[in-house]
Design a protein around this ligand. Sequence first.
Ligand code: ATP
Ligand code: MG
Length: 585
Amino acid sequence: MKKSDLKPGNDPRGGPPEKPAVTGSGLDFIREIVARDLSTNKHGGRVCTRFPPEPNGYLHIGHAKSICLNFGIAQENGGVCHLRFDDTNPTKEEVEYVDSIMNDVRWLGFDWKDKLFYASDYFEQLYDYGEDLIRAGKAYVCSLTADQIRDFRGTLTEPGRNSPHRDRSVDENLDLFRRMRSGEFPDGTHVLRAKIDMASPNLNMRDPTLFRIRKVPHHRTKDTWCIYPMYDYAHCVSDAIEGITHSICTLEFENHRPLYDWCLDQLNVPCHPQQIEFARLNLTYTVMSKRKLLQLVQDRHVWGWDDPRMPTLAGLRRRGYTPESIRRFCEKIGVAKNDSVIDIHILEETIREELNRHAPRVLAVLRPLKVVIDNYPESQVEELDAVNNPEDPSAGTRKVPFSRTIWIEQDDFREDPPKQFFRLAPGREVRLRYAYIIRCAEVVKDQETGEIIELHCTYDPATRGGSAPDGRKVKATIHWVSADHAFETDVRLLEHLFTTPDPGQIKDGAQMKETLNPRSLEVLEGCKLEPGLKSAAPGTRFQFERMGYFFVDPVDSKEGAPVFNRVVTLRDTWAKIEKSQKGGG
Ligand code: ATP
Ligand code: MG
């Protein structure tokens, strides 16, 4: 890596968001352009954007950035944002993807109203414009093979060569193009190309292909077409047909802009939208290319597109992310002109902030260790008051049962406690949240394995609620669940799918397999939860005190049998590690 690559936001390990390109007006550079165009009445006071997904996969968090930007700009300026399926490649597209995309855009909180379009709706117009280009001497049918076309294209340092078919007459071109359409020729025998400049320094301008023959049915137009328009051609024309004012896309299309403009300049289209490029979202520990996400699904490294470890909106939703948190994240990272990698912990921090405010607190023991309180009356049960959310007094309190046998976290006991360990140990006291102070009297072990099976403790009846009347210090408070009342279920802990911070560099399936995190999913069976959680509704969120934020998986949970996914840990443990490495706390 070059040193210059290490400026903020360019570190492949991820950093804080690059300083977004915000001007004195407080607007990002795209909103600034829109504001300026409105003030000069460039588009007659209209703002019309579009979100143009290709239905060849599920939407991911990168798409969310584009959705928030396009729908956001329209909303803020009294404009409209179209949802347009860029369905020009019938071999990879499916109805399942169309449905999931609509569902995800709505879930994120945006509404395209009646502005739902498909590029395939314009196939006839795109074809007619193709004939117009031929008649204007701006397009020709080329009969070189794909390999030959590549060969003739030249390189970045060498100009291309003209196709031998470049000077076909208008009549011959029209005749061939019509016969291409009518299905006379097999795939790959002819293409329609723009006649621009084979010596252009921009390879996209070296007579790019506009139409190719593909004898495959399309999910919407079925067998009507056997020629399909190329993205660069279909996209700008679709934008113009729909009266888009600002066509916002990611940076890799910057080199395509001259072609976007060229097409619209040649054609008698209703308007000429402005293409504006911004930096796509990249996240550490995350792959964002749909091709790679599809591979994860196909190779069964994940359960499906909605696996809670996936960066898809369906996956994030099932993980427990809220639409608000994703919109907020997109706001935080802003819109910039230079590519960067955003630290995934910024996404995690966003949901943590939200859940801290809203998620009810509950007690749940994930790796249980049994504790018997010897001096607690055998059949006694007390209903203790527990606070639902210290951040939100209006959330009130609830009752949790306390009894003689309880579960605590295995981690909260050490037989031989290290120096900084203040929780339970032989002879030591600890406070049980909302309950009593207990002291560990005896450790019971498995005779054969030496494994600790249970603890015997005593409680101090004078400490109900957790405070000692004599003012003695008890440093630690731990959570617990009454054994007789516990609701037992599975809890899933989820981690990043990849061990490397920049899995975007992964080339193939084998390499992907190697970099997958073997611990990305840990299923804890037989966790002990406070009894009220038995009726937790699918799709609800909780803070398990001290253990993180959890979500009732809407797919795998049944009524009375919720299954929990950990959305995120309570603190950014990563930040803590960083801090300690720097010599801090
Ligand atoms: P992929 O490379 O993952 O297949 P794509 O760009 O081909 O993604 P599209 O369905 O064409 O996927 O994307 C629809 C819109 O979303 C486009 O306007 C594209 O610019 C935008 N988009 C896609 N990925 C990102 C990203 N990571 N960050 C921001 N915008 C994105
Ligand atoms: Mg695309």
